[in-house]
Design a binder for this molecule. Sequence first.
Ligand code: NAP
Length: 174
Amino acid sequence: MTVSIFIGTSVDGFIARPNGDLDFLPAGGGEPHGYNEFMASVDALVIGRKTFETVLAFPVWPYGEKRVVVLSSRPVDLSAVRGGVVEQMGGPPAEIVAKLAAGGAHHLYVDGGVTIQRFLRAGLIQRLIITRVPLLIGEGIPLFGTLPRDLRLRHVATQHYPSGLVKSEYHVAA
Ligand SMILES: NC(=O)c1ccc[n+]([C@@H]2O[C@H](COP(=O)([O-])OP(=O)(O)OC[C@H]3O[C@@H](n4cnc5c(N)ncnc54)[C@H](OP(=O)(O)O)[C@@H]3O)[C@@H](O)[C@H]2O)c1
């Protein structure tokens, strides 16, 4: 099983404004920087409840027919999702990964700040693909948080794009 993140941040490391607004990210995901190719390699998305609420407000469900697992500690109403494949899970990240692996998933895409932080703390993420958008927003929802110990990363590649996007891929060192 491989667990990845693929996320856009401000240069000061925020994934959303304090109120959850994503207006600082380029419209439509910005110029192509590998998101579609990454998504094609993913068997299932694992997203936090707050990210779910954000994407539910989009005019179109953004994940097509890809399997989406919404994490929450309480029941979430999934009935508003039209045309998607959605289910709910909760509990320790290791149990969630084990359940999805047992169901045949090989590559998971974990998304949402708190959610990513919990999976990182549990040592379950192997690949981080982070695209920095060229601006500072000063405050917001952070991508990273506290860790029980340092997590050493291996830099795999960095690409920059004419619009100023800078995409870096890191693997968590063994
Ligand atoms: N920049 C980007 O590319 C990007 C990508 C994704 C999201 N975002 C933005 O980030 C914001 C959301 O991030 P966030 O950090 O606030 O929240 P989040 O990670 O999306 O959601 C956090 C919630 O997920 C649930 N959860 C997470 N792990 C769980 C587990 N193991 N078991 C049970 N429940 C679990 C909990 O829900 P309950 O409280 O219901 O228990 C928790 O409060 C949104 O504004 C979204 O638009 C930006």
